[in-house]
Design a protein around this ligand. Structure first.
Ligand code: SF4
Length: 258
């Protein structure tokens, strides 16, 4: 049967709590100048006959910090001694932001020339592949299936990519696709990807298209679609036909406009 564990809150030792001057002297000695140690802030019990006195820090480089001086007393002894002096952040201390691992800070597009990004062994976007073949035909099949590579795209990794691509610049919602004369799926420059992804995505192979060399969805599109047709516009003559005006000269002869 489990037993309950009680934790006892240490009582503030009276002798240690009264040793404010001793603690201040220790803080000044550590700071190097009396002006760098400000007003007494608090005393807290860290254990039996173990008390920490806090003094405001007047060093401008440590705004909001405090000098923490821990004093102690041996059992049945009356003499209080200094245990340690440290600078600690107080309520208004200026602190560095909480550290975040690089893997959580990295964003798409951060990888630059020469950078190396390690993919973790348990990256859920990848799954292991187990076999390889010497026969070129088998190799081709194996390559399509992902065999021969250490790891291949997992279902999660594939679904992530599909969601990301479809919602991004390669999808159907972007303005260039909405204004396109037809969709990529009917374009001669669209090369469907192999495998499941080919049902929805292909590579654009039109050097005049903004997405040339990129993966685009079947219902993406652009104005460089292979079957886009330019309709000739013939401007109709707007002015009505009429006879040229004639002007009579002084001797009664009619003159026409040249
Ligand atoms: S040229 Fe335009 S319509 Fe054709 S595949 Fe490329 S992006 Fe799609």
């Amino acid at each position: 049967m489990p037993t309950a564990t009680r934790t006892r809150t240490p009582v503030l030792d009276a002798a240690c709590a009264a040793a404010v001057d001793l603690a201040r002297e220790a803080a000044v000695a550590e700071a190097g100048e009396p002006d760098l140690v400000g007003e007494w802030l608090a005393a807290s019990s860290d254990g039996d006959r173990l008390v920490t006195h806090s003094f405001a820090c007047r060093n401008r480089a440590y705004r909001g910090w405090c000098w923490a001086v821990t004093v102690a007393r041996a059992s049945r002894a009356k003499v209080v001694t200094v245990d340690e002096v440290v600078l600690l952040p107080w309520e208004d201390a200026v602190l560095a932001p909480e550290w975040v691992p690089w893997s959580d800070r990295l964003r798409p597009g951060d990888l630059g020339v020469g950078d190396v990004m390690v993919t973790s062994a348990d990256d859920e976007r990848l799954v292991p592949a187990y076999a390889s073949a010497d026969d070129p035909e088998e190799e081709a099949v194996a390559y399509c299936l992902g065999l021969g590579r250490v790891r291949v795209l997992s279902v999660d990794g594939r679904d992530d990519a599909v969601d990301r691509w479809y919602a991004g610049q390669a999808g159907p919602q972007v303005p260039i696709a909405a204004a396109a004369p037809a969709r990529c799926g009917t374009c001669g420059f669209w090369q469907p990807l192999r495998g499941d992804l080919g049902q929805l995505f292909g590579a654009c192979a039109n050097e005049y298209a903004p997405d040339d060399g990129g993966v685009v969805a079947a219902d993406h599109g652009c104005g460089a679609h292979s079957e886009a047709v330019v309709e000739a516009v013939v401007e109709a003559a707007r002015a009505p036909l009429r006879a040229p005006a004639r002007v009579a000269s002084g001797d009664g002869e009619e003159l026409g406009h040249s």
